[in-house]
Design a protein. Structure first.
Length: 159
């Protein structure tokens, strides 16, 4: 066989293989788009359950877009910490990420010096973390303590 004929056959075969792979990938993408994992909603936090069922904690997680554990990590607090300690951490982080009132003067001597970065994004994360913890504490305060689980004692009639 001649070289041009071999090159054309290779191109045709390669195009067929690529076309079949592309077709299969598009079929799989369509399947994936139709399938939703159990309990997942379109824009909900992954793995939280659907909006009509679930615990109050799940609803708070969807509403605040943050779990309680994330909020504690952001505010550098432990689960058992009191609200006062959490608020102290909140104040510190909020102020640390706030924009300065007057921008620092920059001159030729100030070039190359590192200036602190102030982030509206980080500040908003700190605020949402505080709101999430406060919401969780409010729910815990409102809920009556759950009754102890029933014990399985043998009945007097016995079987």
């Amino acid at each position: 066989m001649s070289a041009p004929k071999i090159i054309i056959q290779i191109l045709i075969t390669g195009t067929q293989i690529f076309g079949k792979a592309l077709l299969e990938a598009s079929r799989q993408a369509a399947k994936n788009a139709k399938h939703r994992p159990q309990g997942a909603m379109g824009s909900d936090v992954a793995g939280v359950g659907n909006a009509t069922t679930g615990s109050m904690t799940d609803k708070l997680t969807r509403e605040h877009r943050m779990t309680v554990d994330e909020a504690h990590l952001i505010l550098n607090a432990k689960r058992g910490d009191n609200l006062e300690h959490i608020l102290q951490n909140y104040e510190h982080l909020f102020k640390a990420n706030a924009s300065p009132e007057a921008p620092p003067k920059t001159g030729s001597g100030a070039r190359g010096m590192a200036t602190p970065r102030h982030s509206h994004y980080l500040q908003s994360k700190v605020v949402r973390a505080r709101e999430r913890i406060e919401a969780e504490l409010k729910i815990e305060a409102e809920e009556p303590p759950s009754p102890p689980p029933p014990t399985s004692e043998p009945t007097a009639g016995g079987s």
